[in-house]
Design a protein around this ligand. Structure first.
Ligand code: ZN
Length: 321
């Protein structure tokens, strides 16, 4: 009799544990920031790209943060003065995942980390782990949400990188992060040679230069959140001449955001420059400077796509004066 009750308790405990497994960040969690967003300069940082995605933690510290996949512990960083604050890196089969702004660690290496923190108080500590040393299961708690580093409110910054730790990868398609149901693409204004026009039907813009510089003000909203588009492209007289696509960004290009985002860009609304003088991972087509002088009238179409393939476009005319 006693033996049976013990078995039942064990089975019950196991099923409860499984029922509680909840991946976080998870594909079901709605984002609060997108990949490649513009970040204006703040407390000593230059303007830069947002190299991952953010998940809100209900503005709370201490929410369990779980590994998005199985893998091995790769690195832990304890540095409150860096952008990322307390960070855990996990190496998976095809990529590395990184969880930043944590308030604390919950890994199997927690004791090592705590003893190092005691030994080197107020110092930057970075712990690298040997390959295949400390296994982490998909969904295992690896830390707790916080606001260490550059975080205004507690949240989890999730970043994916290639196995060489040199390129940031857009996590939305890789992890099949859910599409927010009330998503809307906004194309608000265009700027031609520095002059701003509302993006309304029938817009005709007079030009004086051979090849005008075009910027477009666009962003995506859902609920009270603003994120950046996945693709913004420019088509002139049926030819695609410029395209920005946020699938991956080299870590060395972190501070090149002002080459993609024009003047007056903010954290929520983005002025995309439809021309670039430098090659960048996100600039896929850059023909704008190679086309012959425009004819007297030209048809210009701007296409904007979300990470979930929603698309909006805006067409206007350029007329030579
Ligand atoms: Zn972030």
């Amino acid at each position: 009799m006693k033996r049976i009750s013990i078995i039942l308790i064990v089975v019950f405990a196991v099923s409860v544990t499984f029922g509680q497994i909840r991946y976080f960040p998870s594909p079901q969690t709605i984002l609060s920031s997108g990949f490649g967003e513009y970040r204006p300069s703040s407390s000593g940082l230059l303007p830069h790209f947002h190299m991952g995605v953010d998940f809100p933690t209900f503005s709370r510290e201490g929410v369990e943060i779980r590994s998005v996949d199985s893998g091995y512990l790769y690195k832990i960083e304890i540095d409150n003065d860096s952008i990322y604050g307390y960070t855990v890196y996990i190496k998976h089969e095809n990529y590395i995942s990184l969880y930043a702004h944590l308030s604390g660690f919950a890994t199997k290496a927690r004791r090592i980390v705590e003893s190092l923190m005691k030994e080197f108080p107020n110092r930057r500590v970075e712990v690298m782990f040997h390959d295949n040393e400390i296994f982490v299961q998909a969904g295992e708690v690896i830390g707790y949400s916080g606001r260490t580093g550059e975080a205004l409110a507690p949240h989890c910054h999730l970043e994916l990188r290639d196995l060489e730790n040199k390129v940031a990868i857009n996590p939305i398609p890789v992890l099949s992060i859910s599409r927010p149901y009330d998503l809307k693409i906004h194309i608000e204004s265009v700027r031609v040679d520095g002059e701003t026009y509302p993006a309304t039907n029938g817009l005709v813009v007079p030009i004086k230069t051979a090849i005008p510089k075009i910027d477009v003000l666009t962003y995506i909203t859902f609920d009270k959140t603003f994120i950046n588009p996945h693709v913004v492209s420019l088509e002139v007289n049926g030819r695609e001449v410029y395209k920005v696509e946020f699938d991956s960004i080299k870590l060395s290009e972190f501070a090149q955001a002002p080459k993609v985002y024009g003047r007056d860009s903010t954290m929520r609304k983005y002025w995309f420059r439809m021309y670039s003088d430098v090659p960048l991972s996100v600039v896929k087509i850059n023909e704008w400077n190679n086309i012959p002088e425009l004819p007297a009238r030209s048809r210009v179409t701007i296409r904007v796509r979300s990470d979930w393939d929603d698309e909006e476009s805006f067409t206007f005319e350029l007329v030579r004066r």
